[in-house]
Design a protein around this ligand. Structure first.
Ligand SMILES: Cc1ncc(COP(=O)(O)O)c(C=O)c1O
Length: 448
């Protein structure tokens, strides 16, 4: 009788906890005005909400922001022009824009332990380009990672306009099985090409970088050491990855979304309030952009406030643990991972051994509710639109409260689907399991 009573007690507790979790999490955004005025956009937003809720988001550059960040992003600051910087604007009425921009700057500086932050770049690419223009003359050289080894388009892909203005030269990985960067090659190319910037930071690279070595090479050739931390900014801010400023880097560029879990946006940081900082401010405005997006800056400030809380450290540590759990499942299944695995939030896996290319893998996984992206791998024999790899990561799943076990299960489901690409029954089963995992981990409204 007593045991039965206890069981009933546990059951009631479980039901109550689930109910509370359901009520406080994943509240749909209030869109009542939009619903009345513009049904098509309203439907698209509700559709996206459902897609994000029901599927598993593994694109390593994506995440879920808190409702507080969304509210700041959707605020009246979108109405306001504020060309210039706090205290030095061109238009009147800046009492509140100045307050939010100053807060965003000071929180960013605290997060990255530095003395200067420009929080106006509209996104990562504009932050990078504004920095190049701030610090270089046309024709100057930038030494960055080979794009097929993980560099970003803005690091000098021939399709971008900046390659018409600056000269890009390359270093790469020494060994794709360990991911080690070829620092000797970097030094040799730097000595030969005289770059003004040596650029670290990548879009599809899964290992940590030897910042001290890069700074040393930069000093040897009189270049600036710049880190594009777009992907791992949250890991640095959370203290689970090294801070390049502690190893002599001059500038950090970053997006504010991705692991940092803020609104889409960019920012530029320097470790001192120096000439570099002045040049960056002039380059962002008026050199490159017009009026800053103060609604976005307010949302950045809110996200930085969240990232300053102790819970964010736990979140970023869990991102890495979860990626390691997925790595283990891929390793057990003998699926090649570039760099031999991961030390951060992402994995780049060569899926050709499963008889599928990255493009088809992406489409197949989309069908079962797992979203990730196809990706070129180092020295890929396959064309960019049908590359050999898939790139996936754990920032968004970790925000949903996934732990190592859940992430290992996700990896198993991915592999099950990929190994049985022609079986409708397996796909159906995986789709159901994916939905169960998603339902068990609602997207939280708040992280504080
Ligand atoms: C390393 C790196 N830098 C810059 C960017 C560009 O950021 P955005 O897409 O916000 O312009 C990205 C985007 O994925 C990135 O991975």
């Amino acid at each position: 009788m007593c045991a039965l009573g206890m069981r009933i007690g546990f059951l009631i507790q479980y039901i109550l906890r689930s109910l509370i979790k359901y009520i406080i999490m994943s509240t749909p955004q209030d869109l009542s005005f939009l619903e009345k005025q513009d049904e098509k956009i309203y439907d698209a937003i509700r559709g996206e909400e459902q897609r994000e809720r029901d599927g598993l988001e593994l694109i390593p550059s994506e995440n879920y922001v808190s409702k507080a960040v969304q509210e700041a992003m959707g605020s009246v600051f979108t109405n306001k022009y504020s060309e210039g910087y706090p205290g030095k604007r061109y238009y009147g009425g800046q009492e509140f824009t100045d307050a939010v921009e100053r807060l965003a700057q000071s929180r960013a500086k605290e997060l990255f332990n530095c003395k200067f932050a420009n929080v106006q770049p509209l996104s990562g690419a504009p932050a990078n380009v504004a920095t190049y223009f701030a610090l270089l003359e046309p024709g100057d050289t930038i030494l960055g990672m080979d794009l097929s080894h993980g560099g970003h388009l803005t690091h000098g892909h021939p399709v971008t306009y900046i390659t018409k203005i600056f000269n890009f030269v390359r270093y790469g990985m020494k060994d794709t099985t360990t991911g080690e960067i070829d620092y000797e090659e970097m030094r040799e190319v730097a000595k030969k090409e005289n770059p003004k910037i040596i650029l670290a930071g990548y879009s599809a690279y899964s290992r940590e970088v030897d910042y001290a070595k890069i700074s040393e090479i930069a000093r040897e050739v009189g270049a600036l050491a710049i880190m594009d931390a777009a992907h791992i900014a949250g890991l640095i801010a959370g203290g689970v990855h090294k801070n390049p400023f502690d190893y002599g880097f001059d500038v950090i560029l970053t997006t504010t979304h991705k692991t940092l879990r803020g609104p889409r946006g960019g920012m530029i940081l320097t470790h001192s309030d120096s000439e570099i900082a002045k040049k960056i401010n002039k380059s962002v405005f008026p050199g490159f952009q017009g009026g800053p997006h103060e609604h976005q800056i307010a949302a950045k400030a809110v996200a930085f406030g969240e990232a300053l809380r102790p819970e964010f450290k736990d979140y970023t540590a869990q991102i890495i643990k979860n990626a390691k759990a997925m790595e283990e499942v891929f390793a057990t299944n003998d699926i090649r991972m570039l760099g031999g695995g991961t030390s951060n939030h992402l994995i780049l896996a060569d899926v050709t051994s499963l008889g599928i290319n990255g493009h088809d893998a992406q489409e197949l996984l989309d069908e079962v509710g797992i979203t990730l992206n196809k990706n070129t791998i180092a020295d890929d024999p396959n064309p960019p639109m049908r590359p050999s790899g898939i790139r996936f990561g754990t920032p968004a799943l970790t925000t949903r409260g996934f732990n190592e076990e859940d992430c290992a299960r996700t990896a198993e489901l991915m592999i099950e689907a990929l190994k049985n690409k022609d079986s409708e029954s397996v796909k159906e089963k995986v789709r159901k399991d994916v939905r169960e995992l998603a339902d068990a981990h609602p997207i939280p409204d708040s992280f504080v």
